[in-house]
Design a protein around this ligand. Structure first.
Ligand code: ADP
Ligand code: MG
Length: 412
C-alpha cells in the first residue's frame, strides 16, 4: 500500500476535506490506520505500507528489486499492478508516463526496473548468455485492445490484437508491435511514444487521468551462447563489477544461472508486466454522462473481473471447491492469465490519497487490496528446448529415437 502526499490539487479543496484521515502505524511497517470523525479508528494490514514521505527509490528497493532478480533467473513471469482511484498516485508510482528527461529521484518503477535489468545483464557471470529484450505496450479501453506502439495511420485500420493460449497455458498476444530494445534509453523512448497515444478523458476528478488500463510488457529470452566462443571460467567469479549502484546478482541468482549454464540449447523466456490500472472510483463520483458513463461502467467491470480472479486464486477454501478461475470475464484478466496465479509473481500496489475528501474510495481500495493479499502462486521454470518449433529438427530427432528404440529392442 502506498499513501501519496497531499498535492497542490488537494489544497484547492475546502479545508475540512483536506484533513489527513489515513496514517501509517507508528509501531509497524505494514499497517495503516483510518481515522474517521464519528467512528472508532480502523486498522488494515498489508505486506508493506509506504507513507506519504516515501521516496520512489525506497518503494523500488523494498518492493521491486527482488522481483527483478527472480525475473532475470528466468524462473517467473512477473506482474506489478497499480490499483487505486484516479489521482491516487498509480502513474507516478509505476512511471508509466516517465520519459528519459525526468529527474532521477522522480523516476517510477518502470525506468528503475529497466535500469537494474540492463545493468545486471552486463555482469560477467552472464557473459555466456545471449539476452533478447522486447517490449510492447497495450491499452484496454472499453474492453477493446489498443496497441500503443502501433502505427498511428488514421486511414488504415488498426491491426486487431488477438489473445491466444498455447498448449502449456502461455498467453500469446498477436498482431501487436514488439519492439526489440538494447538499452534503457530505447525503452524510455518507446514508453514515451506509447504514453502519448493513451486515451485520456477528462472527468471532474482529475483532468489528466486516464480512463483505461495500460500494460507495458517486457519479454526477455535468454540462451546459453555456443561453447565454441571463447570462455574463461576463472573470470565468471572474479570481482563482479558494481554497475550504476546496483547490487551484484543474488546468491539464488548465481545458483540459477549455474542451472541454466548446465542446460545447453535451452531458451528461457519470461515476461514482466507493468500494469497501470484504470481509476477504481465508483461511477457516481465522476458525474459521468453519455460515453463517459459507458467507459465508467466497463472500467469497473474489468476491475471487478480482476477482483474475482484474485479472490478465486487467493481464497484457500474457494480454491479447494472450485477449479474455475474466471479469467475470461474481461480482456484484462485474460491478457494477464499466465501472470496471475500461474507461473508468476504478482505484486499489487494499492495507491490511496490521504485526504478526507477521498475517504470512501480509500476504504474501498483498502478492502480490495486486503482481499488480493491472499493470492498464492506456484511457479515452474519457463524453458523450452531450442528447435522445439522446428519441424525438420523434430523429424530428424524422431528418426534418431526410432533407430535407438529399434536397436534397444533387438539387443534385449
Ligand atoms: P493516478 O495515476 O492514480 O491517477 P497520478 O500518479 O497521476 O495518479 O497522481 C496524481 C498526482 O499526484 C500527480 O500530480 C502526481 O505527480 C502526484 N503524486 C502522486 N503520488 C505522489 C508522490 N508519492 N509524491 C509526489 N507526488 C505524487
Ligand atoms: Mg494515472
Amino acid at each position: 500500500l502506498r499513501i501519496r502526499p497531499i498535492t497542490n490539487e488537494d489544497t484547492n479543496l475546502p479545508t475540512r476535506f483536506q484533513r489527513q484521515v489515513i496514517t501509517t502505524s507508528p509501531h509497524t511497517t505494514n499497517q495503516v490506520i483510518v481515522h474517521q470523525n464519528d467512528k472508532k479508528s480502523q486498522t488494515f494490514t498489508f505486506d508493506h505500507v509506504f507513507g506519504p514521505e516515501t521516496m520512489q527509490q525506497e518503494v523500488f528497493d523494498n518492493a521491486i528489486l527482488n522481483l527483478i532478480d527472480q525475473f532475470l533467473e528466468g524462473r517467473y513471469n512477473v506482474t506489478i499492478l497499480a490499483y487505486g482511484q484516479t489521482s491516487s498516485g498509480k502513474t507516478h508510482t509505476m512511471g508509466t508516463n516517465d520519459n528519459s528527461s525526468i529527474p532521477s529521484e522522480s523516476k517510477g518503477i518502470i525506468p528503475r526496473a529497466m535500469e537494474t535489468l540492463f545493468s545486471l545483464m552486463n555482469f560477467s557471470q552472464y557473459k555466456m548468455r545471449q539476452f533478447t529484450i522486447k517490449v510492447s505496450f497495450v491499452e484496454i479501453y472499453n474492453e477493446e485492445l489498443i496497441d500503443l506502439l502501433g502505427e498511428q495511420n488514421v486511414d488504415e485500420e488498426r491491426p486487431q490484437v488477438m489473445i491466444r493460449e498455447d498448449s502449456k497455458g502461455n498467453i500469446l498476444w498477436s498482431g501487436l508491435q514488439e519492439i526489440k530494445v538494447n538499452n534503457v534509453e530505447e525503452v524510455m523512448t518507446t514508453l514515451a511514444r506509447g504514453s502519448l497515444n493513451r486515451q485520456v478523458g477528462s472527468t471532474d476528478m482529475n483532468s489528466q487521468s486516464s480512463r483505461s488500463h495500460a500494460i507495458f510488457s517486457v519479454v526477455m529470452s535468454q540462451q546459453q551462447k555456443s561453447l565454441s566462443s571463447p570462455m574463461s571460467p576463472s573470470n565468471s567469479n572474479s570481482g563482479t563489477p558494481r554497475m550504476n549502484g546496483s547490487r551484484p546478482p543474488s546468491r539464488t541468482q548465481q545458483r540459477m544461472s549455474k542451472r541454466l549454464d548446465d542446460v545447453e540449447n535451452m531458451t528461457i523466456t519470461s515476461k514482466f508486466n507493468f500494469v497501470d490500472l484504470a481509476g477504481s472510483e465508483r461511477l457516481k463520483r465522476t458525474s459521468a454522462v453519455g460515453d463517459r458513463a459507458k467507459e465508467g461502467i466497463s472500467i469497473n467491470s474489468g476491475l471487478l473481473a480482476l477482483g474475482n480472479v484474485i479472490s478465486a486464486l487467493g481464497d484457500p477454501n474457494k480454491a479447494k471447491h472450485t477449479t474455475h478461475v474466471p479469467y475470461r470475464d474481461s480482456k484484462l484478466t485474460r491478457l494477464l492469465q499466465d501472470s496471475l496465479g500461474g507461473n508468476a509473481r504478482t505484486l499489487m500496489i494499492a495507491c490511496v490519497s490521504p485526504t478526507e475528501y477521498n475517504l470512501n474510495e480509500t476504504i474501498n481500495t483498502l478492502k480490495y487490496a486486503n482481499r488480493a493479499r491472499n493470492i498464492k502462486n506456484s511457479a515452474t521454470i519457463n524453458q523450452e528446448e531450442t528447435g522445439w518449433n522446428d519441424l525438420e529438427h523434430l523429424q530428424s530427432l524422431v528418426m534418431k529415437l526410432r533407430s535407438e528404440i529399434k536397436s534397444l529392442k533387438s539387443n534385449s
